[in-house]
Write a protein that binds this ligand. Structure first.
Ligand code: G3P
Ligand code: CA
Length: 263
C-alpha cells in the first residue's frame, strides 16, 4: 500500500453500520471515532429540501424505508419530519439521537463543534438529482456553507454529486471547495477523457469498479483520485488500497481507519 497519508476515510451517512443512518447518533459516532483515534474522518450526507424550505439530511426521497411511511420528504416540514421515527427500522429501542432526522444546519453545527474541539472531521455534501427545483439544493447548501466561512480555501468540505452540472455549479460558486463526481454506471467517458474542471476525485460504486478494471486503471493513470463506495468488507478495503484507491466510503469507518492506519 502506498500514499497512506492521503487516503481518505468517509463515514457513509455517518457510522451507519451501528446507528440509524444520517442521524445525529450516526454522525456523532463518526466524530467520536475521529476523536478517539486521532485520524481524520469525513462525514458524508445527502441533502434535500423540506416542505418549509430547509435542508435536511437523509438519503431517500421518501420516508418509506427508514421512517415506515410513504410521505415524500419534500412534503413535510422540518417539525413534521422530526416527529418521524427514522431509527426503529435499524435498532430496536432507538435513543432520541437515533430516532430523529437531522437538518443540514444541525450537521454543520456538529462538525463545527467537533473541529473547535480539535477533532479532525470533514464533511462530504451530496446533492441528489434530478430534483423538482433543479440546482436550488446545491445553491442553498453552498449558501449555508458560505455563511459559516466554509467556502474559503481550506474549508473542511467536499461537494459530491452524480450530476456533473451540480459539480460545475459548486466550482462556479465555491471554487475553493474540493469537488467529486460520483459514478455508478458508465465510468468510461471520465476514465478516457477529462473530468469537469476542478474535479480531482471520482467516487465510484465499487461493484462497477470490480467489473471494469480497465476503467479504474485508466482513471488512475490520469492521476485522478479514486474513492470507492460503499466498501464495508475489510479485505475489499485492503484490495482497493493496494489497487491505488485514495478514499474509502464506508458504513464502517472504524474498519477503514484500522486498514488505512493499521490500528
Ligand atoms: O459517497 C457516495 C455514495 O454516498 C453514493 O451513493 O446512494 O449512498 O448516496 P448513495
Ligand atoms: Ca450519498
Amino acid at each position: 500500500m502506498t500514499g497512506q497519508a492521503a487516503i481518505e476515510v468517509v463515514a457513509h451517512r455517518g457510522s451507519s453500520a451501528v446507528h440509524p443512518e444520517s442521524t445525529r447518533a450516526a454522525y456523532r459516532a463518526a466524530v467520536e471515532l475521529a476523536r478517539r483515534t486521532g485520524h481524520r474522518v469525513e462525514l458524508e450526507g445527502d441533502v434535500h429540501f423540506s416542505a418549509d424550505d430547509q435542508l435536511v439530511v437523509l438519503h431517500d426521497l421518501t420516508l418509506r424505508r427508514t421512517g415506515g411511511r410513504p410521505d415524500a420528504v419534500a412534503e413535510l416540514t422540518v417539525a413534521e419530519l422530526k416527529q418521524v421515527d427514522v431509527g426503529s427500522w435499524k435498532v430496536p429501542d432507538p435513543t432520541p439521537e437515533q430516532r430523529e432526522l437531522i437538518t443540514f444546519a444541525e450537521l454543520l453545527d456538529l462538525v463545527a463543534g467537533a473541529r473547535d474541539e480539535g477533532v479532525d472531521v470533514g464533511l462530504a455534501v451530496e446533492t441528489k438529482h434530478p430534483t423538482a427545483r433543479g440546482l436550488d439544493v446545491d445553491r442553498r447548501a453552498l449558501e449555508q456553507l458560505a455563511d459559516r466561512g466554509w467556502t474559503r480555501p481550506g474549508a473542511p468540505v467536499r461537494m459530491i454529486s452524480f450530476e456533473p452540472r451540480a459539480v460545475a455549479l459548486a466550482g462556479k460558486l465555491a471554487p475553493a471547495l474540493r469537488r467529486s463526481l460520483l459514478v455508478e454506471k458508465d465510468l468510461g467517458p471520465w476514465a478516457d477523457g477529462h473530468l469537469p474542471e476542478g474535479v480531482d476525485t471520482v467516487g465510484v460504486d465499487h461493484r462497477l469498479a470490480e467489473r471494469h478494471p480497465g476503467w479504474v486503471d485508466r482513471l488512475l493513470a490520469r492521476g485522478h483520485r479514486l474513492h470507492l463506495w460503499t466498501v464495508n468488507d475489510t479485505e475489499a478495503m485492503r484490495r482497493w488500497l493496494d489497487r491505488g484507491a485514495t478514499g474509502l466510503t464506508t458504513d464502517h469507518p472504524d474498519r477503514a481507519l484500522a486498514v488505512v492506519h493499521g490500528d
